[in-house]
Design a protein around this ligand. Structure first.
Ligand code: DC
Length: 217
């Protein structure tokens, strides 16, 4: 039987990790989980219920009762900056992270139809969720390039926004995600670093593809 391959991709907001993960998953026929969407789904839930994110007990209670397996992670509203910020704010709660950790590990190790492996992207995949992943990538890009990319994405989704606000949001999230006590954004020692500042999406893909192919030899 062929080995089940696990790929971990981490990086900061709008670094290009999602685009890369999707392309790799399609090319290698791996199942893909955007773990940021789980945190965003949790944020949407507490927003819809009108819960103050600082009320940890209430936040945890609704998240515990929620079935992430049946949630619709495709909702475009999940991509809004408002939800992204709220997701980042609640992602520091260890209990919430534990609930989502179980979901992520289950996804990583279950068989997905004819898929040959899995790719998970997020902030702590290589360090906490899948420390034993076969291949790890850590994706970065300059703040100005990330702002431009994120701004274009929001516009394409029909969400009118000002570039300066997008940049502020990215800076705030970088700071929060990297400095929090629980599972901060961190490059694992064994991760392959890719700076996408001066690279097109196809170039990033080719680079990462080569690394996976070398591993598979
Ligand atoms: O990747 P994203 O922008 O969709 O993630 C939204 C927020 O969710 C991010 O700012 C921090 C949190 N997150 C996390 O803490 N751990 C992950 N593995 C993925 C996302």
């Amino acid at each position: 039987m062929k080995k089940h391959i696990t790929v971990a991709i981490d990086g900061n907001a709008a670094s290009g990790k999602g685009t890369l993960a999707k392309k790799l998953a399609e090319y290698f026929n791996y199942a893909y989980l955007d773990t940021g969407k789980l945190y965003r789904a949790a944020a949407l839930l507490i927003m819809e219920k009108g819960i103050d994110y600082k009320d940890i007990k209430k936040v945890i209670k609704v998240i515990k009762d929620y079935n992430f397996y049946n949630s619709n992670l495709k909702d475009n509203f999940l991509k809004s900056d408002e939800i992204g910020t709220l997701a980042s704010l609640i992602s520091g709660y260890q209990e919430l992270r534990n609930i989502l950790l179980t979901y992520q590990r289950k996804f990583a190790y279950e068989q997905h139809d004819n898929k040959l492996g899995v790719i998970l992207d997020g902030r702590d995949i290589g360090s906490v969720v899948l420390p034993e992943a076969n291949i790890k990538f850590f994706i970065t890009a300059s703040i100005s390039v990330r702002t431009e990319r994120r701004w274009k994405e929001l516009i394409s989704l029909g969400q009118s926004t000002i570039k300066r606000h997008v940049e502020e949001d990215i800076r705030d999230r970088d700071k929060r995600d990297s400095n929090r006590k629980n599972s901060p954004l961190i490059a694992s020692q064994d991760a392959i670093l890719i700076d996408t500042t001066n690279l097109e999406a196809n170039e990033v893909f080719s680079l990462a593809k080569k690394h996976i192919e070398e591993y598979l030899l």
